[in-house]
Design a binder for this molecule. Sequence first.
Ligand SMILES: NC(=O)c1ccc[n+]([C@@H]2O[C@H](COP(=O)([O-])OP(=O)(O)OC[C@H]3O[C@@H](n4cnc5c(N)ncnc54)[C@H](OP(=O)(O)O)[C@@H]3O)[C@@H](O)[C@H]2O)c1
Length: 167
Amino acid sequence: MQPPRRLLLTGATGFLGHYVLGELLGRCEAVVRVLIRGDRSDGLVRLAALMRELGVDVDAHLSSGRLEVVEGSLPDSLDVQVLSGVDTIVHSAASTRFQSDSDGDPSRTNVDGTRVLLDAAAMAGVQHFVYVSTAYVCGDFSGRVSETLSEHPPAFCNAYEASKMVC
Ligand SMILES: NC(=O)c1ccc[n+]([C@@H]2O[C@H](COP(=O)([O-])OP(=O)(O)OC[C@H]3O[C@@H](n4cnc5c(N)ncnc54)[C@H](OP(=O)(O)O)[C@@H]3O)[C@@H](O)[C@H]2O)c1
């Protein structure tokens, strides 16, 4: 497998996602493009504060071209240009709320949003798609959990687990 040249990372402002961003910037030479929800400058302020805690200077990486920031929200707002030149996607964005809300989350972001991103990736010819999931896809199950999930979905403790199982 060729090393990635340009990655799209979703969820970089998240608890897990900002550590992933730190590792990507530190360990590989690819340009990392991050998808930020809402206003770009607000998102950059939030991202810079998180990365500062890890000793990563966002401004320096932006200036050197190692880091790119694009706006977008899943599933509604994903510009086709977001995937321009991207060979690898690391999809860490998710709704981590346990109970469903009136907007349809967590299913809306985790299922519909992931489908939109997968479709866009296929259209753009992205070669690798890394999906960040959770061990809780095993649901309300006790005993030894196989790495190969059952074809029959188990019962779930909440809507978040169920939404992650779908993908
Ligand atoms: N944290 C854990 O212990 C844990 C354990 C197992 C698996 N995971 C998995 O790891 C991944 C990341 O989790 P996390 O803890 O980093 O979650 P988090 O702290 O809740 O962060 C979620 C990230 O996704 C973004 N996001 C949410 N909805 C979005 C949407 N509709 N469109 C675009 N971006 C959206 C958020 O952006 P904003 O900043 O704008 O809200 C944020 O960057 C998830 O897939 C989760 O299932 C996490």
